[in-house]
Design a protein around this ligand. Structure first.
Ligand SMILES: Nc1ncnc2c1ncn2[C@@H]1O[C@H](COP(=O)(O)OP(=O)(O)OP(=O)(O)O)[C@@H](O)[C@H]1O
Length: 693
C-alpha cells in the first residue's frame, strides 16, 4: 500500500496499477479475440451438420455476440485507462464521516479506477456522489447525497493537482473554492479548436446545474462566456453516468446553431468517456419536414443578411413570429374546419356513404383527429364497412381509388396554397403561385408553415429522445418553442443569452416559456464570465449596456479601437498584430458584419498573408455558412457564424455607418468571442475584390 495523503507517491502508485490493469485487460481482450475466432471457425466447419431446428446455431450466435460485446467493453475501459495515464486525477478531498475518527481520502479524476473490477476505487469519477464534496465545499462541515441518503461529515482538507504526461506539474492544498490559481491558469491558457473540458475547475454554481436531476426543464440565462455550453455538455455526461440503465447517448439530442459549432463541441463527451450524442439544427429539421410543401427554404442567414443589407426593405419577420400572428393563424385553422370542406355522397359499387353520414363521422366521431388527417379515418371506416358486408378485403388499388374520392371532399390539401390564402386574408402578400419544384419559402414563413402543418396533420412525438438540449435559446421564437413542446415531452436543458439575440430586439425567452411549458421550469441566471479578460468583458458590456456582470479578475491588453478608410486598410493593419508564432497564440479571428464583407476581407487577408510567407493552406480558414470544421490559425467569418466559438485574438471589422440595433448586437457577439486580445476596427467604406471559394 502507499501513503495516500502524499500526492506524488500516490500518483506513482496509481500509475503502476493503471499499467498493470491495462496489461491485464489487453491479455483478456486477446483471449476474447481468440474465442471469437474459434467460434467463427467452429461454425464454418460444422454449420452443415448443425441440428435442423437451428438451436445449436442460435446458441453459437448468442455466445459469439456475448463475447464480442464483452470485448468491446474491455476496449472501452482500456481506452479510458490509457487516457488516465496522462492525468489520473486532479483533486482530492479528505473527509471524516460523521461518527468516525480517521479521514478518508477521495481522489477525483475523469473516470473511476480500481485495482480490480468492482474493487474500491483508487480514483473516483468526478460524477460520483462523493465528488460533489470537491466542487461544493471548502474545509469544514459538508455532506453529499448518496443513493441511500445524505452522508454528513467534515472536510479536513482539499487538494488540487495538475498532472501532465504522468508527471506532477503542481499540487497544492486549497483553502478556498476551486476559484483560484488553477482556474486562472486554465483560463489564461490559449484557445483551441475544441471546447475544453472543465472537470477540474467546475465552479459551485455550475456544479449545481450539472448535477441537477430534479427539475424537468432548466432554463439558463447566462452572460457571454459564463460556461453555458460547457455546462450543458458536462451535464449530459453527468446524466449519462447517473442513469446508465435508462439513458443512453442516443436518447439525447442537442439543437445546435450550425455545423461548425457541432464540430467545436463534439470532442467533449468522448473526452469525458461518453459516446457522442445526436445534434441537429432546427432549421435543417424544418426544411426536411417541409420538403413536400416547398422544394426549397431560405436560410436564417439570408434573413440576417437581408436585415443588414436592406434595413429599409419591408420585412415581416418579427410580425410573423409574433403571438398575434399565431393567434390569427389559429383563427384561420378554426375557420378551415368548415371552409375547406365540400361534402357530397361517396359511392363504391353499390355502397354509398351519404353526405350527412360523412359529416357526422367527420365532425363528431373523428373530431379529435387533425383536419387534414381526418378524412383518412372516415375513409377507413367506410372501407371497413364495405369489406364486412362483402366479407372480403378490397385490393389495394381499389382502396386507393376510394381514398382519392374521399380526399376530393377537401377543396385542397396543399399547405402552401392554404398558407398563402391565410397570408392574403390577413393582409400580407400572398406566396407566388408556382409548382412544388419552384417553390421557395422565405425564412419568415418557414416556422409558420411548419406550425400549420402540425396543426392540420398532427405531430408525432419523438419518444426516443429523453433529454433535449437547446443551445442559443434566444434565437428561437415562441412559435418554435410551441413546436418543440409538441415534438418532445422529455426533460430539457435550455440555455442562452438574451444579449446575444441575432435580431434587432433582444429576446428574453423567459417572458413566454412558462406559458408554454408550465410551472415545471427552473430558471437560473449566471452572471459570471470566464472567457474574457476584464478589459474585454468591460468593453463588451458597455456595448450592450450590461452592468450586472461579475468579472473574474484576469487582466490583459486594453481593447484597441481604430478607424480606417476601407476594409483593405483595416486588414493590412491586422498583419502587424496577429501573433500566431511559436509560444504565441493558437487562434485568431477576423469577424465581419456581412457575408459580402467577410468574403472581401478573407480574399484580401489571404493574399497579404501569402506575401509574408504565412502557411495559409493549413492555418487560414474562411468560415462560411456551409463550413463544418473549425481549424487552428486564422479564421475569417461573420459575427453570426462566430457565435458560440472563441479565439485568443479577435479583430472585429464593422462599417462605421451601421449603427443599427442588429449591428450593435453583432459587435457585442463578435467582441465577446475574444479570450485575450480584442481589436475593434470601424471602416468608412467597403470596396475591393471577392474571395474565391
Ligand atoms: N469552471 C470553469 N473552469 C474553466 N474554464 C471555464 C469554466 N467555465 C467556463 N470556462 C471557460 O469559459 C469559456 C466560455 O465557456 P462557454 O463557451 O461554455 O460559455 P458560454 O456561456 O456558452 O459562452 P457564449 O454564450 O458567449 O458562447 C470556455 O473557454 C470555457 O472553457
Amino acid at each position: 500500500m502507499t501513503d495516500n495523503k502524499d500526492g506524488i507517491q500516490y500518483l506513482a502508485y496509481v500509475l503502476d496499477k493503471l499499467h498493470q490493469r491495462i496489461a491485464e485487460i489487453s491479455q483478456s481482450i486477446a483471449e476474447g479475440q481468440k474465442e471469437i475466432d474459434g467460434m467463427h471457425e467452429y461454425y464454418w466447419e460444422n454449420y452443415t451438420e448443425m441440428d435442423q431446428y437451428g438451436y445449436e446455431n442460435f446458441d453459437n450466435q448468442q455466445a459469439l455476440f456475448h463475447q464480442i460485446s464483452a470485448n468491446e467493453q474491455q476496449l472501452h475501459l482500456k481506452s479510458r485507462f490509457r487516457k488516465m495515464l496522462d492525468s489520473p486525477f486532479f483533486g482530492r478531498v479528505d473527509f471524516i464521516f460523521e461518527g468516525e475518527d480517521e479521514p478518508e481520502s477521495f481522489y477525483v479524476g475523469i473516470g473511476n479506477f480500481a485495482e480490480k473490477a468492482g474493487g474500491v476505487p483508487l480514483v473516483y469519477d468526478w460524477r460520483a456522489p462523493v465528488c460533489g464534496l470537491f466542487y461544493d465545499y471548502d474545509k469544514g462541515p459538508a455532506f453529499y447525497e448518496a443513493p441511500l441518503g445524505r452522508i454528513q461529515g467534515e472536510i479536513l482538507s482539499k487538494w488540487q493537482y495538475k498532472i501532465r504526461r504522468g508527471k506532477m506539474v503542481y499540487q497544492f492544498e486549497s483553502d478556498i473554492k476551486v476559484d483560484d490559481e488553477i482556474l486562472m491558469a486554465e483560463l489564461g491558457s490559449n484557445g483551441s479548436v475544441a471546447l475544453k473540458n472543465i472537470v477540474s475547475t467546475i465552479q459551485k454554481e455550475q456544479n449545481a446545474i450539472i448535477r441537477n436531476t430534479k427539475d424537468r426543464i432548466m432554463v439558463i440565462q447566462g452572460a457571454a462566456g459564463s460556461g453555458k455550453t460547457s455546462i450543458a455538455l458536462h451535464r449530459i455526461a453527468y446524466l449519462l453516468y447517473h442513469d446508465r440503465q435508462n439513458l443512453k447517448s442516443s436518447n439525447i439530442l442537442v439543437l445546435s446553431p450550425n455545423g461548425v459549432f457541432s464540430d467545436y463541441i463534439s470532442h467533449i463527451l468522448p473526452e469525458l468517456g461518453e459516446e457522442n450524442i445526436k445534434e441537429m439544427s432546427f432549421d435543417l429539421f424544418a426544411y426536411r419536414q417541409l420538403q413536400d410543401t416547398a422544394a426549397d427554404c431560405e436560410d436564417r442567414y439570408d434573413q440576417i443578411e437581408r436585415s443588414l443589407n436592406h434595413p429599409k426593405a419591408v420585412t415581416f419577420y418579427q410580425e410573423k413570429q409574433s403571438e398575434g400572428f399565431l393567434n390569427q393563424l389559429e383563427r384561420f385553422i378554426t375557420e378551415l374546419e368548415d371552409e375547406l370542406m365540400d361534402f357530397r355522397d361517396i359511392r363504391y359499387k353499390g355502397y354509398t356513404k351519404t353526405e350527412a353520414e360523412i359529416i357526422d363521422l367527420f365532425y363528431f366521431k373523428f373530431m379529435d383527429i387533425p383536419l387534414l388527417a381526418r378524412m383518412d379515418a372516415v375513409c377507413d371506416y367506410f372501407i371497413d364497412e364495405v369489406e364486412t358486408l362483402r366479407d372480403r378485403d378490397l385490393p389495394d388499388e381499389e382502396r386507393e381509388l376510394i381514398r382519392e374520392d374521399f380526399y376530393s371532399l377537401y377543396e385542397t390539401r396543399d399547405l402552401y396554397v392554404l398558407y398563402s390564402r391565410f397570408l392574403e386574408s390577413s393582409g400580407y402578400p400572398a406566396l407566388t403561385r408556382v409548382p412544388l419544384e419552384k417553390r421557395k419559402l422565405l425564412y419568415e414563413d418557414v416556422y409558420p408553415v411548419l406550425y400549420l402543418k402540425y396543426r392540420l396533420w398532427g405531430q408525432q412525438e419523438n419518444s426516443t429522445i429523453k433529454h433535449l438540449v437547446v443551445d442559443e435559446m434566444q434565437d428561437y421564437s415562441r412559435m418554435q418553442y410551441l413546436i418543440l413542446k409538441n415534438m418532445f415531452s422529455c426533460r430539457m436543458t435550455i440555455l442562452g443569452d438574451k444579449a446575444q439575440t441575432m435580431e434587432e430586439k433582444q429576446q428574453d425567452v423567459f417572458t413566454f416559456l412558462p406559458g408554454i411549458f408550465g410551472r415545471d421550469i427552473r430558471r437560473i441566471q449566471m452572471n459570471k464570465s470566464y472567457r474574457n479578460t476584464v478589459e474585454i468583458a468591460a468593453y463588451a458590456n458597455k456595448l450592450a449596456g450590461i452592468s450586472d456582470m461579475e468579472l473574474l479578475q484576469r487582466h490583459g491588453k486594453p481593447v484597441q479601437e481604430q478607424q480606417f478608410e476601407d476594409i483593405q486598410a483595416a486588414v493590412k493593419e491586422i498583419l502587424d498584430y496577429i501573433k500566431l508564432g511559436e509560444d504565441e497564440f493558437e487562434t485568431a479571428a477576423v469577424i465581419f458584419r456581412t457575408e459580402k464583407e467577410a468574403d472581401l476581407g478573407a480574399a484580401l487577408l489571404k493574399e497579404m498573408l501569402e506575401e509574408t510567407g504565412f502557411d495559409t493552406k493549413n492555418r487560414f480558414n474562411y468560415l462560411h455558412r456551409n463550413s463544418s470544421r473549425f481549424k487552428k490559425g486564422i479564421t475569417v467569418t461573420t459575427f453570426y457564424l462566430a457565435k458560440g466559438l472563441e479565439f485568443d485574438q479577435v479583430f472585429v471589422i464593422f462599417p462605421e455607418k451601421d449603427q443599427s440595433a442588429l449591428a450593435k448586437q453583432g459587435r457585442y457577439i463578435a467582441a465577446t468571442r475574444a479570450l485575450h486580445e480584442l481589436y475593434m476596427y470601424s471602416v468608412l467604406t467597403v470596396s475591393g475584390k471577392h474571395f474565391d471559394f
